[in-house]
Every structure is written in C-alpha cells, then in structure tokens.
Write a protein that binds this ligand. Structure first.
Ligand code: SAH
Length: 353
C-alpha cells in the first residue's frame, strides 16, 4: 500500500513540481530501488526535454586551498595543519583556461577556499582578463561568502554564475557541521544577494552528512524550491582523515541518486552536476547520476602538481590525471550511456523557454 502511494507522490512531483515537507520525508525514508528507478526514469525524461542527450562540461580550476573557515567536514578547513597550502597565480590560472579552451571547455569554474589574499581588485582584474580573452565562455565562481558589494563587483567584471552550497537549510544541523562563528542564515542571505544581482546561482549540500536526517534533506529541497536556483550541487559526504568527522560513514550512492531525481523533477530546467564526490564513492557514480537526471559534469583543470592538495575528502578521483585525460575519459563514459559531452557555454534552460 505504502509503495503505491510513493509512486503517486513521484507523479505528483512530476506534474506539480512540488510536494510538502511531509511528503518528501515519506519518500526519503521509505524509498527502495524500484521507486528510485521509477523516479530516475521520470527525471531523465524531464532532463531530455530541455537538454536532450547533451551533457554540459565545466572546467574546474581549484585556485586556492587556503581558507579562513573551519567547516568540520572539509579537508581544507583552516584548522587542518596537515594540509599543504597553495595558491595559483594569475598566470597559472590563465594557463589552465588556455589548456581548457583548447580541450573544448566553454565554462570555467574558479573554486577555492575563502582566501583573503584574493582581494576584490585582484579578482576583478582576473575576471575581466578571462572574459576579455574568452568572450564566448561563461565564468563561474565558487569562493564562498562575500559582501553583496563584492559579489556585485564580480558580476560587473563579467562573472556569469556563482556556486554557493547552502550546506544545510536547517539551522540546527548547520550548527553541527560548522563552528559557531558561521551561520546558515548569513549563507542563505548570500544566495539571495547573488540571485538579486543577477548571477545564475547554485545552492546545494552534502548527502549523508553526519547528523543529517530525512527531515533535513526535505528542508533542503524546500529551500531550493523557494530560492529557485539555476544550479543545484549535491554529492555524498565523504569523510576526510584530518577532520572531526574522520570516523563517520559516507553518504550512499542510492540516496544521492534519488535526490538528484527529486531535484530534477522539482526544478525541471536546473543545471545539475553529477559530482566528483559521486564518482568517488562508486566507479560509475557519475554515469548513474546522469541516468538519474543530472546534466553536467565538472572535470578538473587544475595543474597536476596541486591536484592532490585540493582534498576536501579522502580518495578523491582523478587527482593523478591530466586535463586532457579527464576530458577523454568523461567523453567515453558519457558515450557509453548514450550521452554526448558538448562544447557549449551550457546556460540554464538549454535555450528552451
Ligand atoms: N569555499 C567555497 C567552496 C567550497 S568546496 C564555498 O564556501 O562555497 C565545495 C563544496 O565541497 C562544499 O560546499 C561542500 O559541500 C563540499 N565538501 C566539502 N567537504 C566535503 C566532504 N568531506 N565530502 C563531500 N563534500 C564536501
């Protein structure tokens, strides 16, 4: 009986793009493989409607692992004395873009810890330089919480998109994952500021983080419904050996895949990556992510010598590969499931209104 109700809930989500918190909790706490596959099939159909069998690719440049924050789960948190810190220079970042452009990337993502060495002046100059040199490319930033004026400067300089996972919409859970100086409210306000400024904005969080319940995940879904982000980044939590959560268990493949499908059904046009973390917990995690409704992959363009240093979690994949190898490997992986990686900025909505 319960099972049938759950199938109906998936159909309701498909048709109305919304469910109540209680309905999401029911789905998340009782789903099985059959229901997950049913949701995945529906989610893939929705993704295909807007994006066909195209997978967008983003070149990820991890430009600094210095961070002023001490998020309990993260390998590059400031309290980790064992992290070998690095910063990429403007020239090194431009070299990453050059080799990425050559490989067909038309979106670059600059991601890093919250590193105060990259002042507004430095960032504005970097953003302008990249956008002038590659006017046909989109530039995404993922560098944490900043004042609204700073976000505005980045936007005016030409940045197109901003990824800032809200991490946990529930304040109590947020408080268990972060030191007291950090606040979920501030983070959510940052997201609203980004939207107001006009960025294509991405929220999200980890799946299976310590203390996380189905209620928390349902609250995350409802927050995303309210924010209406253009992108949602979710991937499994994976423990890092130098954090307080080193002995915690990782999030599961099944729950992450199910959530990808729910996000796709709730936000039909959303840009939804099959993350590196998903590929880390399962050898075909990213392919399964696409087959659950995701439509983006973000291979690494960072220079070889720094890749092992941007370790947010243990056993991260592709840290020994060259950018070209990553690109080829992903091409083949996507081909093997009937999808095609495209050379395209890959904006929200795929050009379909
Ligand atoms: N400093 C930037 C970028 C953070 S790193 C910012 O604040 O947005 C990008 C994402 O990696 C984080 O938002 C977090 O959700 C994820 N992450 C960090 N540690 C992780 C871990 N141990 N397992 C899985 N994902 C993790």
């Amino acid at each position: 009986m319960i099972k049938e109700t759950n199938y109906e809930l998936i159909e309701k989500l498909e048709h109305t793009q919304s469910l109540t918190k209680e309905e999401f909790v029911t789905l998340l706490s009782t789903f099985d493989d059959d229901l997950r596959k049913f949701a995945a099939k529906k989610a893939v159909a929705v993704a295909k409607k807007y994006y066909g069998n195209k997978v967008y690719v983003r070149g990820l440049i991890e430009f600094t692992n210095y961070c002023k924050n001490d998020c309990y789960y993260c390998g590059i948190r400031c309290g980790n004395q064992n992290a070998q810190r690095y910063r990429l220079s403007r020239e090194e970042i431009m070299e990453c873009c050059a080799s990425g452009y050559e490989l067909g990337f038309r979106t670059f993502v600059l991601q890093g810890g919250e590193d105060l060495a990259y002042t507004d002046e430095i960032m504005v100059d970097l953003i302008q330089t990249i956008k002038r040199k590659y006017p046909d490319c989109a530039l995404t930033l993922s560098m944490g919480e900043k004042a609204k004026e700073t976000y505005q400067k980045y936007y005016d300089a030409g940045a197109d998109r901003y990824l800032l996972r809200h991490e946990a919409a529930d304040d109590e859970l947020y408080g268990k994952l972060h030191p007291a100086v950090m606040s979920g409210k501030v983070r959510r306000q940052c997201l609203r500021n980004l939207k107001e400024i006009g960025f294509q904005t991405g929220c999200g969080g980890m799946v299976g983080a310590p203390y996380q319940t189905e209620e928390h995940l349902a609250a995350d879904l409802l927050f995303a419904k309210e924010l209406q982000p253009e992108m949602v980044g979710i991937g499994p939590f994976i423990p890092h050996h130098d954090t307080c959560f080193k002995d915690e268990t990782a999030g599961t493949l099944e729950l992450t895949l199910f959530l990808l499908s729910l996000y796709r059904l709730m936000l039909p046009k959303v840009l939804l990556p099959a993350t590196t973390a998903l590929g880390t917990i399962n050898p075909t995690g990213r392919e399964q992510g696409i087959l659950s409704g995701a439509n983006v992959t973000m291979p690494n363009l960072s220079p070889g010598q720094v890749r092992k240093k941007y370790l947010l979690y243990d056993n991260k994949i592709c840290t020994g590969d060259e950018a070209a190898e990553c690109r080829n490997c992903l091409n083949n992986r996507m081909k093997s499931i009937g999808y095609e990686i495209v050379t395209d900025r890959g904006d929200y909505g795929g050009g379909i209104k």
